[in-house]
Design a protein around this ligand. Structure first.
Ligand code: SF4
Length: 323
């Protein structure tokens, strides 16, 4: 196990809206190791993207701690030391809306250097923009002077990755980085991300709803449901021996190609209800209104998130009689 670069401890993020309080993240804890890709999966509304936004400082946590290399960064973005803003970057789901339409690719990739590397000469900045564009697979002579409207979806995402790379980060939150793109382009983006990770020992928090994708890229996976993490395990164990009924339900519905894969899939677990609102989550276990295995205790007591085997954590009364 490598040292932890990021630790999230009992993190909560609530939003006050006219109808009440949305508990988008409600007491989650996990750590990301140096050089690993940590997959955070869940359906829409699970709180996975909000988690990424809180980590990079877009939202201030309601309570709990985020430690980066041991330093507390659970403060508003403007109070974070500038060196930490440089080290923690984010790539967003929709590349087109994350790029300034008035700037050229060169301006976009150069901006983090202007902010974080003020000592750099314009010649060095230009050389670095060219090198980074080459690294992400965009020939600089073709792309430096283009505007975002002149780029395809995959090219826009590669520019967004180049921009993230320009400040020489150690940790990048990837928020559904391929879900807005054609399948044919997704593989290219993933292969660029993995190449950069090897080259620079980058740590990724990979946020996605795509279980097949997370299996191919992550060292460990955590699954969120209604603001809570319900299972966390090394990737192989998560897919071969899932424990939580919610994980089994999602995995049993993933399409597979071969009979061997079909045999390894968990027995089909059918959801028994609709996803409740994060404004009014069910008592006890939040999954109980959809869980076919729910029993009396599940509505009365919230299951504890506990380690049931080495590195495999689950929050379910079926596996933790103490919870
Ligand atoms: Fe199902 Fe109960 Fe386990 Fe929740 S705690 S997943 S309701 S069995």
């Amino acid at each position: 196990m490598s040292p932890l670069i990021l630790e999230v401890e009992n993190l909560k993020k609530y939003f006050e809206v006219s109808l009440g309080t949305v508990r988008a993240i409600d007491d989650i804890s996990f750590g990301v190791e140096e050089g690993e890709t940590f997959g955070l999966v869940g359906e829409s509304g699970s709180g996975k993207s909000t988690t990424g936004h809180v980590i990079v400082g877009i939202y201030k946590p309601t309570s709990g701690k985020i430690l980066y290399k041991g330093e507390d960064i659970s403060v508003p973005l403007k109070k974070r030391p500038i060196r930490l803003k440089k080290e923690i970057q984010m790539v967003f789901q929709d590349p087109r809306s994350s790029l300034n339409p008035m700037q050229t690719v060169r301006d976009i990739v150069e901006l983090p250097m202007r902010i974080h590397m003020k000592h750099m000469s314009s010649r060095d900045r230009e050389a670095k923009v060219k090198r980074i564009l080459e690294e992400v697979g965009l020939p600089p002579e073709d792309f430096m002077n283009r505007f975002p409207r002149e780029l395809g979806g995959g090219e826009s995402q590669l520019v967004a990755i180049a921009r993230a790379l320009a400040s020489e980060p150690s940790f990048i939150v990837l928020d559904e980085p391929t879900s807005a793109l054609d399948v044919s382009i997704q593989a290219k983006i993933i292969s660029v991300l993995l190449k950069l990770q090897r080259e620079y020992n980058l740590s990724y928090l990979f946020i996605t709803h795509d279980l097949s994708l997370v299996r191919n890229v992550s060292r460990r996976v955590a699954i969120m449901y209604l603001g809570k993490i319900y299972e966390l395990a090394p990737t192989e164990r998560f897919f071969v021996n899932p424990l939580h009924p919610y994980t089994k339900m999602l995995l049993s519905s993933v399409p597979v190609l071969t009979e061997d894969e079909e045999r390894l899939k968990p027995k089909e677990i059918r959801s028994t209800g609709e996803i409740p609102s994060p404004m009014n989550p069910p008592s006890g276990c939040r999954f109980r209104t959809r869980c076919p295995l729910a029993y009396e205790r599940c509505s009365e007591v919230e299951p504890k998130f506990a380690e049931v085997e080495d590195g495999h954590y689950v929050a379910c009364h079926l596996y933790n009689s103490q919870s």
